[in-house]
Design a protein around this ligand. Structure first.
Ligand code: ADP
Length: 277
């Protein structure tokens, strides 16, 4: 049987020991294998909690009927480590992610832990650094790299252990626009080359706009899950909860309100840009 979903949450409820009420309330969503899904919502809406549940750093409330499936496995306290092998997380602050004295040592870390033979390790480290355009920096000290270069090394370290899913947890929020664009371009390419599934947790509306699917979270509940165009340019909802909207979507929405409809063959945003020029 082939598995079509990389991640599935079914009626997932989660309460922190310190909190009085659940912070996630019967959450349901699916992330298709090989897709890019963006998870958006205000601070405190539950995004990080979801990311911690996906790799078993947190477990759902007992006896709540919650079911989390990751890479075809039903998450429970016994298979957390098997699941973590499938999921790599790139965090927000690139400085907190380094363990090696050089870029090469750092990327080798996960392989050393798995007892990979030295020759194979060297080959893999070179391959993944080249995948993210950082092979020339193999002997550099991580501290001397730019924020974007550090995030590329963090991605290489994750690729080395061949995950199926990569979570970008606000990974581009501390980068300048060119560093951000480079990371997103690399991720887009790697996704198709390595058949990866991407879940990006983001405040950056342009990053969300690059995804295949957007999940909108508000106060521990899912308000919508659809394509960026459907969510941003065809519904009132993101405006009602005060989310920012990508410029092109604002334009389509406004034109529609003014009764100016775009020809049906203009489907994508690039086609729209061309049509307007
Ligand atoms: P987001 O990532 O969208 O900002 P979080 O998942 O961090 O949201 O938080 C969701 C809710 O859970 C918030 O109300 C937050 O205050 C609460 N929360 C987060 N971490 C803890 C914790 N360790 N203990 C108690 N409450 C927490």
């Amino acid at each position: 049987m082939t598995i079509s979903n990389a991640i599935e949450f079914k009626d997932v409820t989660f309460t922190y020991p310190e909190s009085k009420a659940p912070v996630l309330k019967k959450i349901n969503f699916k992330v298709k294998k090989g897709s890019w899904t963006a998870l958006i919502g205000h601070n405190g809406s539950g995004k990080s909690t979801i990311s911690k549940l996906i790799n078993g750093l947190l477990l759902p409330d007992k006896d709540s009927g919650s079911v989390i499936t990751v890479s075809g496995m039903n998450l429970n306290s016994e298979n957390v480590w098997d699941i973590r092998e499938k999921v790599g997380i790139v965090f927000q602050n690139p400085d907190n992610q380094f363990v090696g004295a050089t870029v090469g040592d750092d990327v080798a870390f996960g392989l050393e832990n798995r007892g990979v033979p030295r020759d194979q390790m060297v080959q893999t480290v070179k391959k993944v650094l080249s995948d993210v355009g950082m092979l020339d920096y193999i002997d550099a000290e991580p501290a001397n790299l730019s924020g974007g270069q550090k995030q590329r090394v963090a991605i290489a370290g994750i690729l080395a252990v061949e995950p199926e899913i990569i979570i970008l947890d606000e990974s581009t929020s501390m980068l300048d626009p060119s560093g951000r664009d480079q990371i997103l371009k690399i991720i887009k390419r790697l996704m198709s080359e390595k058949k990866l599934t991407i879940l990006s947790i983001t405040h950056d509306i342009d990053e969300a706009d690059m995804a295949d699917n957007v999940i909108v979270l508000n106060d521990g509940k899912i308000l919508a899950q659809a394509s960026p165009t459907e969510i941003f340019s065809q519904t009132e909802m993101p405006r009602q909860i005060g989310l920012d909207i990508p410029f092109v979507d604002k334009l389509i929405y406004k034109l529609n309100q003014l009764g100016i409809t775009i020809p049906k063959d203009v489907q994508t945003k690039d086609e729209l840009k061309q049509y307007l020029c």
